[in-house]
Design a protein around this ligand. Structure first.
Ligand code: SF4
Ligand code: SF4
Ligand code: FES
Length: 332
């Protein structure tokens, strides 16, 4: 079957351009097979990364039909089936098209090759090595039980392809945020029974919005990860670890989560008047924080959006018992 590959090509400091390549392919050909053929048979100047051709090395991540994926994993048949959902024409007489673009959130070096420096720097920023400093070195090695090792299975599958980083909405707007790949690795360190640096890690990963509190929970990293690492779930696990060790007074992010749960338990939904005062105003201890939300409060008041009284939800007892059941499970 004939397929048009629309490749977004770019050189540094120049605007991207679309170049079309027509290929005769099989439905089972991978996108990487097709790019190789374009390069070998039609245009040797096309640049892209590849290595293992087998979903192992993570080199060939790129945007295929609008989302980040591995070119050696996705094939022509499934891409063509996927494309109509994007709203393109799918009339039988038309030649199907597959759009290939470079990863996002990283500058393009050439065509589909991006500069991954920030990706690696952010990984380094979470100290992605098991720390055994200060521990008695055993005679043979640090042993783990099968149960302890199994905690690391899912996050250990990461092949550092960059697909999650490319799609991360938080990363797009916050240059300090280290990104989902780094935090999935951070979880691997927190969960590793051989690491004895958990206290410091928890402090570090909890800092401002560069760590776990920078994640906006958009779920995109989970949906594109080709190895089922589910970075957002790993971030949530670090958050739970932080919340179990920290008090409301420790930071606004901690207060935000804890106050939210307390208020929903109390009234079935959030009493926004108390929420602002307790989270931002730290129970009237943070005067600067309180003054900071006064303009917002006044704007809400003048637009009739400031709730003057609070009506608890009729379902409060059910909501409360649901939260308590979850908390009991987590406690186990
Ligand atoms: S869930 Fe969080 S880490 Fe994952 S892509 Fe969205 S903002 Fe980024
Ligand atoms: S977490 Fe998944 S998407 Fe992100 S770098 Fe690792 S393998 Fe790739
Ligand atoms: S070439 Fe190695 S993962 Fe695709």
């Amino acid at each position: 079957m004939e397929v048009i590959f629309k490749v977004i090509r770019q050189r540094p400091n120049s605007s991207p351009e679309v170049q079309n390549y027509l290929l005769d392919v099989e439905a089972g050909n991978t996108i990487l097979d097709c790019l190789n053929r374009i390069k070998w048979e039609q245009d040797g100047t096309l640049a892209f990364r590849k290595n293992c051709r087998n979903t192992i090395c993570g080199s060939c991540a790129m945007r295929i039909n609008g989302r980040s994926a591995l070119a050696c994993k996705e094939n022509v048949g499934s891409e063509i089936a996927f494309k109509p959902q994007l709203g393109s024409a799918n009339r039988a007489e038309e030649i199907p098209e597959i759009i290939i673009a470079p990863l996002g959130n990283m500058p393009v070096i050439k065509d589909l090759v991006v500069d991954m420096s920030s990706f690696w720097d952010n990984l380094e920023a979470v100290s992605p090595y098991v720390s055994t400093a200060g521990r008695q070195i055993p005679e043979r090695e640090f042993l783990q039980t099968p149960e302890e090792r199994s905690q690391l299975d899912q996050t250990g599958n990461c092949i550092m392809c960059g697909a999650c980083y490319s799609e991360c909405n938080a990363r797009e707007v916050n240059a300090n945020f280290v990104g989902p790949h780094a935090l999935a690795k951070a979880y691997r360190m927190v969960a590793d029974s051989r690491d004895n640096n958990t206290e410091n890690r928890i402090e570090e990963y909890s800092e401002g919005t560069k760590g776990v509190w920078g994640c906006t929970r958009c779920y995109y990293c989970n949906s594109v990860c080709p190895m089922d690492v589910a970075p957002m779930d790993r971030i949530t696990e670090i958050k739970q670890e932080i919340l179990s060790r920290k008090e409301k007074s420790d930071s606004r992010s901690i207060r935000h989560r804890k106050v939210l749960i307390d208020l929903v338990k109390e009234g079935g939904w959030i009493d926004e008047r108390k929420f602002g005062l307790q989270v931002v105003g730290n129970y009237f201890k943070d005067i600067r924080g309180l003054l900071g939300i006064v303009p917002l409060g006044l704007r809400m008041l003048t637009h009739g959006k400031f709730p003057l009284k609070f009506e608890p939800s009729q379902g409060t007892p059910e909501v409360r018992s649901l939260i308590e059941a979850v908390q009991k499970e987590e406690g186990k």
